[in-house]
Ligand binder design. Structure first.
Ligand SMILES: Cc1cc2nc3c(=O)[nH]c(=O)nc-3n(C[C@H](O)[C@H](O)[C@H](O)COP(=O)(O)O)c2cc1C
Length: 182
């Protein structure tokens, strides 16, 4: 796949089914994440892969967080089912190293770049991915379950699998609405 074509036409697909990427394809996805821009070489990334039993563990973590907040039963049910929307979920964590010149914000951005790079690598290999977030990314129980400390932050849950439909057309956008010259 042509790099520029991928950059200009990338779409996310929420409907994902088996198979999830495995072997070399999964390794390429992780390696793409590891190529995220990285100020001062701090490598501020952790990738926690859930599939099979791992999806049940992720579901349990989210349910415990929702229950800790005394959420309504419908919310608990929703988070319980959430991880099963794809055969694989990679929780992407910004692992923050305190640094004079590289604030936590930059390290969080770097982990965000890793998420998009991983989505692109998935698409380039015939898979698809959907970047999800939500308030559970910030929940102390979820942070504890994933061993976060300090200014570490979950920056996304990247759902991965094989696309169950064709992507929607890329929206036409007028560049002049977004670009200014100083
Ligand atoms: C940080 C971040 C978090 C996101 N979280 C969600 C989410 O929780 N649920 C959702 O439906 N879309 C979420 N999105 C948006 C989708 O991943 C996707 O980009 C959007 O549906 C637009 O589709 P496109 O990527 O094909 O343009 C998030 C995007 C970003 C950058």
């Amino acid at each position: 796949m042509d790099a520029l074509d991928l950059l200009l036409n990338r779409r996310s697909i929420a409907k994902l089914s088996e198979p999830a990427p495995e072997g070399k394809a999964l390794e390429n996805i992780i390696r793409a994440g590891l190529r995220a821009p990285d100020h001062a070489g701090l490598t501020p990334w952790r990738f926690v892969i859930s599939q099979g039993e791992g999806l049940h563990k992720l579901s349990k973590i989210l349910v415990q967080a929702a229950q800790a907040d005394q959420s309504e039963a419908s919310v608990v049910e929703k988070v319980k089912n959430a991880p099963f929307r794809a055969p694989m979920v990679i929780t992407v964590i910004a692992k923050v190293t305190p640094h004079d010149k590289v604030p936590a914000f930059e390290q969080h951005l770097s982990a965000g770049c890793a998420v998009q790079a991983m989505q692109m690598a998935a698409i380039a290999q015939g898979y698809q991915a959907f970047w999800r977030s939500g308030k559970w990314m910030f929940h102390p129980h979820v942070h504890q379950a994933f061993n976060l400390s300090g200014e570490d932050q979950i920056v996304g849950f990247l759902y991965l699998g094989t696309p169950g439909c064709t992507p929607m057309k890329v929206p036409e956008r007028d560049l002049s609405q977004f670009v200014e010259y100083l």
